[in-house]
Design a binder for this molecule. Structure first.
Ligand code: CAA
Length: 258
């Protein structure tokens, strides 16, 4: 039997979910997201669980959506499957708190997945970024919408347009990350925080999460849809084909700007 793409473990009232595709730096294929969404829905429904921690490996929380899978897709392919809708979108409906424990790369969809969690505890080696522009596309899972809300328009524009990465300390100063801790401490720190949350009254925890999100997410549904449709539209360009092909072939892209 194949190893699960998302490993799960229960520690007291805390569920620990670990992305488990190390050979591809936890690239988020549809299969990874399907398994993640299923596991989160199951823990959300489990009355013995009060909070969740989502983590990756020491090298990568997740290096983004799966470029190898996406490279050949057309506009119609991504539009018809509503790519990054479906199970990706369903993650935002999980009611129990989710802490992202991030070490290493959190790039593209990986940064977006961390931002979808309720807060981020980062290891000192964490690096955040939205490098999609280098592939001839844009963030497709909330990066252009959640990043400006989390870290200001100036820094979001900087990251989204230049594709540069932000280290853990810059991410904390910018407000993306709630705590930065040494790598060897990261998981314990996240599980301890989740254990505290899970010891609180579950209805008040869920309502607190809903209320904070209400302050934060006004009109996000429309803007996420807007982003997704533009992400889809970029699959109609030659530069998306070139950008993703070049990544897979390990060379610099030769963009034609069309
Ligand atoms: N998709 C598919 N495979 C990926 C991947 C991705 N996002 N990121 C890394 N991998 C694979 C590599 O192809 C490589 O596979 P092979 O060993 O089979 O060649 C393996 O993971 C290890 O990666 P590297 O050899 O590149 O490792 P590195 O340490 O030299 O570099 C890195 C690390 C800087 C993170 C580099 O892997 C990288 O730039 N990855 C892509 C980051 C990216 O562009 N993310 C955005 C994706 S698009 C997106 O996410 C859209 C959206 O908004 C949802």
């Amino acid at each position: 039997m194949d190893a699960p793409l998302v490993k799960t473990e229960v520690r007291g009232r805390v569920a620990l979910l670990t992305l488990n595709r190390p050979q591809a730096l936890n690239a988020l294929s549809n299969e990874v997201i399907d398994q993640l969404a299923q596991a989160m829905r199951d823990f959300d429904a489990d009355e013995n669980i009060g909070a969740m921690v989502l983590t990756g490996s020491d090298k990568a929380f997740a290096a983004g959506a799966d470029i190898a899978a996406m490279q050949g897709w057309s506009y119609m392919d991504v539009y018809k499957q509503d790519y990054l809708g479906g199970n990706w979108e369903s993650l935002k409906h999980i009611r129990k708190p989710i802490i992202a424990a991030v070490a290493g790369y959190a790039l593209g969809g990986g940064c977006e997945l961390a931002m979808l969690c309720d807060f981020i505890i980062a290891a000192e080696n964490a690096r955040f970024g939205q490098p999609e522009i280098k592939l001839g596309v844009i963030p497709g899972y909330g990066g252009t919408q959640r990043l400006p809300r989390a870290i200001s328009k100036a820094k979001a524009m900087d990251l989204v347009l230049t594709a540069r990465m932000m280290d853990a300390n810059e991410a904390e100063r910018a407000g993306l990350v709630s705590r930065v801790v040494p790598l060897e401490r990261m998981l314990d720190e996240a599980i301890e925080a989740a254990t505290i949350i899970a010891s609180m009254s579950l209805p008040s925890v869920i309502m607190a999460k809903e209320c904070v999100n209400m302050a934060y997410e006004g009109s996000l549904n429309e803007t996420l849809m807007f982003e997704r449709r533009n992400f889809h539209a970029l699959f109609a360009t030659d530069d998306q084909k070139e950008g993703m092909k070049a990544f897979v072939e390990k060379r610099k892209p030769d963009f034609k700007h069309q």
